[in-house]
Design a binder for this molecule. Structure first.
Ligand SMILES: [Zn+2]
Length: 99
């Protein structure tokens, strides 16, 4: 199944990729609500977050935490938050730091 995130993973759609390994990829959000907002998704397309394998879900959380720690250093927000969402594109972790 082709989706906007698969196009980023395949390199056919541009993105500011900040992290990638064999399981997950993270990239900056196109229209961020706060500085540093980014998205962490699995490399393998998953339609519903409830179908993500345990190991992949753990990797998403660990990568999101690592990026969130760096966001705290760089942007020094009061908080960094993470949202699991999948209403439009199958998105798993949206990291944001409200200013
Ligand atoms: Zn996809």
């Amino acid at each position: 199944m082709a989706c906007a995130f698969c196009a980023i993973i395949e390199g056919t759609s541009p993105a500011s990729i900040i992290y990638r390994d064999e399981i997950v990829i993270a990239f900056m959000t196109i229209h961020p609500s706060s500085p540093g907002e980014c998205t962490v998704i699995p490399i393998a397309h998953v339609d519903h977050f409830t179908d993500v394998e345990d190991g992949t879900a753990e990797r998403i959380m660990r990568v999101a935490q690592r990026i969130g720690r760096r966001m705290r250093e760089v942007f020094q927000p009061q908080r960094v938050g993470m949202v699991v969402h999948g209403y439009g594109v199958a998105c798993l972790a949206l990291l944001t730091a409200p200013s």
